[in-house]
Write a protein that binds this ligand. Structure first.
Ligand SMILES: Nc1ncnc2c1ncn2[C@@H]1O[C@H](COP(=O)(O)OP(=O)(O)OP(=O)(O)O)[C@@H](O)[C@H]1O
Ligand SMILES: [Mg+2]
Length: 169
């Protein structure tokens, strides 16, 4: 019985948040490329953290992992809210920095992209958290030093929990 409990409590199906330490820009880029490689149609990845935490930088690496062509330079869509890039699956890059809630996203119909065949990556997602699907992978970034970051990764699905567990080995 206790063995069974221990097996269950360690299982990724519990979707517990995990902490990832990224000690250099190169480590962040490696993690981002991996996210792009394992992303599936309909996935949503939310990025929150201070200015300069590396949300756009991570998205650029995710784009590489998704095989977005190198001549499609990924920049933050602060004013248009959404940029779309072609890749193995489409990348929908959103930035909610200047929003105070999700009304504008719903008004523009951009919430439809959450259930599309591509990957949504959303910077400053907490500005409009009420409209984000609970199945998202949420990454909360903290700047620990100029070159190192801590991510608290909260998987909304057992699928994300399993994928994160495979990254962490
Ligand atoms: N380990 C690291 N991970 C991510 N970025 C890093 C790291 N080390 C240094 N950096 C640098 O930090 C900066 C992050 O800037 P970036 O524009 O990606 O942040 P952001 O979170 O998108 O900011 P904003 O809130 O303004 O959108 C880049 O210049 C990047 O090179
Ligand atoms: Mg940014």
């Amino acid at each position: 019985m206790s063995e069974e409990k221990s097996r269950v409590s360690e299982g990724p199906e519990l979707k517990n948040p995990v902490s990832i330490q990224l000690s250099s820009l190169a480590e962040t880029l490696r993690f981002g490329r991996w996210l792009g490689e394992v992303a599936r149609p309909g996935d949503v990845i939310c990025l929150d953290g201070d200015l300069g935490a590396g949300k756009t930088t991570l998205t650029q690496a995710i784009a590489q992992g998704l095989e977005v062509p190198p001549d499609c330079y990924v920049t933050s869509p602060s004013f248009s809210i959404l940029h779309e890039y072609p890749g193995r699956i489409p990348l929908y890059h959103m930035d909610f920095y200047r929003l105070s809630d999700g009304w504008e996203v719903l008004d523009l119909g951009f919430d439809e992209y959450f259930h599309d065949e591509g990957l949504c990556v959303i910077e400053w997602s907490l500005r409009a958290q009420e409209i984000i699907p609970s199945s998202r992978l949420h990454l909360q970034m903290t700047i620990e030093s100029p070159d190192s970051r801590q991510y608290i990764c909260d998987p909304g699905t057992s699928s994300w929990a399993e994928r994160l567990a495979s990254f962490l080995g």
